[in-house]
Ligand binder design. Sequence first.
Ligand code: ADP
Ligand code: ASP
Ligand code: MG
Length: 440
Amino acid sequence: MKIMKFGGTSVGTAERMRAIVPLINTGEKVIVVLSAMSGTTNALIEISSALYAGNIKEAGSKIESLRAKYLDVVNNLYTHEETRQTGREIIDNHFNYISGFINGSFTRTQEKAIVAQGELLSTTLFHLLLQEQNINSALIPALNFMRIDKYGEPDIYYITENLKRELENYPDTNIIITQGFICRNAFGEIDNLKRGGSDYTASLIGAALDASEIQIWTDINGFHNNDPRYVENTFPVRELSFDEAAELAYFGAKVLHPSTVNPARDKNIPVRLKNTMEPDDPGTLISRKQTFQDYKAIAAKDGITAIRIKSDRMLMAYGFLRKVFEIFEVYRTPIDMITTSEVSVALTIDNPENLPDILKELQNLGTVEIEENQSIICIVGDFRPETTGSAPEIFEALNTLPIKMIAYGGSPYNLSLLVDTKNKVQALRLLNKHLFKEQK
Ligand code: ADP
Ligand code: ASP
Ligand code: MG
């Protein structure tokens, strides 16, 4: 069994939705995970924000313009008037639900319920398309099996048990459709796996069912060597190891949700990135296989805060770092990068939610400085100590830019740097020019 996840652009128009039918209808058993049509999640977030702020008029007009867009999709998606009518009823159901919030009170929990309408709509409309084409398929609600615990982590046992129970209803159906991104939380309320979370849904399902492959279908030919949104002349990397892909996704490669690789790696299930616009392109295969190459790929993550703690008490003392780490543990704040000198330690976090409390406690240990608006640049390549000559190019490339921190030696295939966010794009471009001269 394969899992096939199609992202926002891959279901972004009636035409694109029709184009994925032959990709999934191959006679093989597949679980099809769909995102919301591109632009929908953003629009639903804007609608929720307007409702939350009490801007009824603005919310109302945004709801109606999104509804009109969907009515247009329905007209183009189906061939028969009868199916179009069913499509319009589906749209009315969802949009009447959304506009039902206009005159009531509106809380943050309801925001999640509104945002979930995007994936609920795309899957229902797509299921109807298959029905119109007489292709046997079933739609199973992600809200019946996808669940996170009180820490926001997926509840693997619950997911596996409930997903299998859902599937027992359809032993002879090859195409099973479900929603990406959406889930329930520990209180049973509608929640989600954070932006871009449909990738994560696909890998959680793949791991729960021991799938043979998890396919992430998107709008680009696989994982590129650098961020194509900022850098010209990027190219697909054909193979990555789980560890390399996890590192790049965690450090900002938008093409994969940061947690996608973990469930697949745990179960050794290959993840394949494919382009819906060019289905014959091989894309990128992410697997256990580790190959080494001087430089493979670069990614960058913004929104980083650097924290420097300086203390004479660190000098030749043991237990100092434990005290530092404990503070971050108490506030459930992951540390991304860390470097030390004899009397100081510098580290970075990407979630500043509890920063004021963390700082208060750190100040008991020494002098604390923070620096916001930083970006981590993650370079994946060959950094094994026995192979020489890799790293100098990085520093030659960046010799005109201030580097704030360097993490080298923690892993044989990764080197990370911290730069001011305002220098990030230039750093990515310089690295692209100097590290990938001979590759294409
Ligand atoms: P989807 O809607 O299919 O989930 P996303 O927009 O989330 O698609 O991810 C695909 C986009 O990620 C690409 O169009 C590209 O702009 C961006 N991207 C950023 N870094 C990379 C990278 N290293 N390789 C490929 N795409 C990347
Ligand atoms: N629709 C959600 C988002 O835009 C999830 C996804 O596309 O993966 O973030
Ligand atoms: Mg995505």
